[in-house]
Design a protein around this ligand. Structure first.
Ligand code: ATP
Length: 291
């Protein structure tokens, strides 16, 4: 994992406020998060050896983030402590389980290049996971290091943004949600978006929330992965759970359909529970859920 670490500051409300409106929340929780850290924890919980490269601030949140990652079984050798604030994510979760998020990057903004030793850590990995919550320059240099070491590079293009041809050239699997896929391709129809994406990268997966996920590759194969029917109480990190578990499965050599099935089961379990990392299932829970 080469990516972001945030402390999530989560407010639970009946209905999320509109612009200019103030609403009374029901509950407040803090929880470690950030797309990078979330995906690392999802992979670790699913049985992979997960190693996090990134940065936290010198503030008290930074120490908490490092401890939390270790507690979830993530190797923090690549996590630097830098001056200033840690990254924070301000999340509003409504009664339908939907969420709205503001991310303030903090220390994540310093992860704009490889630090000494990072290339070796990347080269020793079974897969490299990337997202866009750190500077593009950092994402690009990590992807290039992954490609030159022959490590599969899996990119979640979130928050939604257009991607440089230079970055895409080093990506093996692109995993946008429906909104991010539309931003990348200009197509609202997921099937049409998928066709465009696999012209740019060897494999792509568009996650479709309760509708499941759509996989495609450059050879023209398409796999529709259904979602499990569950009662969603908090969809925070559903996508991160999906990607982390998919990557963990692929890194240990699983076929695409098996990796998709494990990811779908894990994210269904995660949306049925509150929180981000704390909602992610263990390897055994995923196995039992799949029956
Ligand atoms: P988030 O930003 O909340 O982490 P996302 O937008 O990146 O999520 P989604 O497409 O919403 O990702 O969800 C990822 C995967 O999680 C889906 O492909 C699906 O397998 C599972 N999932 C999401 N919502 C539900 C749900 N309500 N019921 C069952 N599975 C779900």
């Amino acid at each position: 994992m080469f990516g972001s670490c945030n402390m999530d500051l989560v407010a639970y409300v009946g209905t999320a406020p509109k612009r200019g409106e103030t609403v009374l929340g029901r509950e407040f929780r803090t929880a470690p998060g950030g797309k990078g850290a979330n995906q690392a924890v999802a992979a670790a919980r699913a049985g992979a050896e997960a190693l996090m490269i990134g940065a936290v601030g010198e503030d008290e949140l930074g120490g908490g983030l490092r401890e939390a990652l270790r507690g979830f079984g993530v190797d923090t050798r690549g996590l630097r402590t830098v001056p200033g604030n840690s990254g924070t994510a301000h999340i509003v979760v409504d009664d339908d389980g939907g969420n709205a998020i503001v991310v303030v990057p903090g220390a994540n903004a310093t992860v704009d290049s490889l630090a000494p030793g990072d290339a070796e850590l990347i080269a020793s990995s079974g897969a490299l996971l990337l997202q866009l919550e750190i500077p593009f320059a950092g994402v690009e240099s990590a992807a290039a290091a992954g490609r030159s070491a022959g490590v599969p590079v899996i990119l979640t293009p979130a928050p939604a943004a257009e991607l440089s041809a230079e970055l895409l050239a080093n990506v093996d699997v692109l995993v946008p949600n429906e909104h991010e896929a539309a931003v990348l391709t200009g197509r609202d129809d997921p099937d049409a978006a998928l066709r465009e994406l696999v012209e740019r990268v060897p494999e792509a997966i568009i996650t479709l929330g309760a509708e499941g996920a759509l996989y495609g590759n450059a050879a023209g194969e398409v796999v529709r992965s259904p979602a499990h029917r569950v009662r969603a109480v908090d969809t925070t990190a559903a996508g991160d759970t999906f990607v982390g578990v998919f990557a963990a499965a692929r890194a240990r050599g699983a076929e695409v359909r098996e990796a998709l099935a494990a990811a779908s089961a894990a994210s269904a379990l995660a949306v049925g529970r509150h929180g981000a990392m704390s909602s992610m299932p263990t390897e055994q829970e995923i196995r039992e859920f799949r029956g």
